[in-house]
Design a protein around this ligand. Sequence first.
Ligand SMILES: Nc1nc2c(ncn2[C@@H]2O[C@H](COP(=O)(O)OP(=O)(O)OP(=O)(O)O)[C@@H](O)[C@H]2O)c(=O)[nH]1
Ligand SMILES: [Mg+2]
Length: 359
Amino acid sequence: MPQLSVVIPTFNERENVPLLIGRLAEVLAGLDWEAIVVDDDSPDGTAAVARGLAQQDPRVRVIHRIGRRGLSTAVVEGIQASSAPYAAVIDADLQHDEAILPRMVARLEAEDLDVVVGSRHVEGGGLGDWNRARVRISQVATKLAQMVLRASLSDPMSGFFVVRRAAFDRCVHALSGQGFKILVDLFASAPEPLRFAEEPYVFRLRQHGESKLDSQAMYDFLVLLADKTVGRFVPTRFLIFAAVGGLGIGVHLVALALLLNVLGVVFWLAQAGATLTAMTSNFLLNNTITFRDRRLKGLRLLVGLLSFYAVCSVGAVANVGIAEMIYRQDITWWLAGIAGALVGAVWNYAASSIITWRK
Ligand SMILES: Nc1nc2c(ncn2[C@@H]2O[C@H](COP(=O)(O)OP(=O)(O)OP(=O)(O)O)[C@@H](O)[C@H]2O)c(=O)[nH]1
Ligand SMILES: [Mg+2]
């Protein structure tokens, strides 16, 4: 069994993987190590390239996942596939400085630590040639992550670290696995604060391949933070569903104003039209945001829309019934109203996640 497993998540990195493995072989010469490439069936054939390397070097292994995507889960499965006492995680694109790995491992061995993090924000580290917009986004994300974590990590957004297997095992069951930021997930999922140290490195520019950091990755990051804070009490997905519902009230009012004042429709018909408009917009928003992992397309989109109308109609009846019942108990109108709306929302969420966006 090697002492160190280096987990390398890849998606379309065929040019980078051989370069990285070559560099690892140089800098880790004094260590007993292995590399585990976790590839999500990259269209560019990264898995085949990695397997080619593995055929020449028994220290290289490949996990080829099919029908799956996600940096965090790739890292988790890579670490789970190893039995080494230390696991390193490093990007395949050569942006992380592999030369500091031996020092990171040495510190884990010598000191009472759970994880050593490669940091761009301590003395000696740096972001390299980033444009101002990206620096700004990174700063905001770092601040947000620091607020959620119970550790004063200088660079929680780093995807470069070495973790002690025992510490990882303590966190793994609570991991969210959501999105891109496995280090944030790890620190936020630890039953007890992780003991950590930081080693500086300068982030390098990507030479080959393309970045996968997109709006989806940012959205996933926000969902991860929500999961690790309010998500402990209320499912994050329900909160997003409720926010979409809140937006739906605005859509309803705008549609009502247009129908009444611009088109001159009678009130009951205008109200019915506005309700239909709001339900449809809620459905489309939920389909692209709340349930994006189960997104409906084509004919299933139409069937889904009809089932969503049905679900919401039952929700509306429940809403009015409950509100009326509470109101009759001599409780103020607005409390009765909120209670009814809440029951309707919970029903709509539960029923539509089972019926409309069934797994
Ligand atoms: N297995 C797997 N690996 C991924 C996935 N998304 C990204 N990766 C890998 O994760 C590492 C980091 O992704 P990058 O796109 O480089 O993200 P980044 O370093 O934050 O952004 P850039 O600075 O723009 O490169 C790279 O090695 C990617 O190939 C995924 O869905 N599955
Ligand atoms: Mg990168």
